[in-house]
Design a protein around this ligand. Structure first.
Ligand SMILES: [Zn+2]
Length: 79
């Protein structure tokens, strides 16, 4: 058995592992939700649902001809 520290309140606890402990490594379910909320708020945002208009735009893009490939790289320096 190993010691873990709750990331939210930093209480030291005896760990039995995530299998026996659904809220591991948090001391309680509430703190697990707090941490999840922080993570979602900081790194991940749920975009607005895709509308039919967006899908139409995507269809137009998918069917538009590809731009012609440049014959030479304009940024390439001559040797
Ligand atoms: Zn805690």
């Amino acid at each position: 058995m190993k010691k873990v520290r709750c990331p939210i309140c930093e209480k030291a606890m005896d760990s039995q592992g995530p299998k026996e402990w659904p809220d591991w490594p948090f001391c309680c379910h509430r703190y697990k939700m707090v941490d999840l909320g922080r993570w979602l708020g900081g790194n991940y945002r749920i975009e607005t649902p895709v509308s039919q208009e967006d899908l139409d735009d995507f269809e137009e893009l998918a069917h538009s001809p590809e731009p012609a490939a440049p014959s030479a790289d304009p940024h390439r320096e001559e040797a």
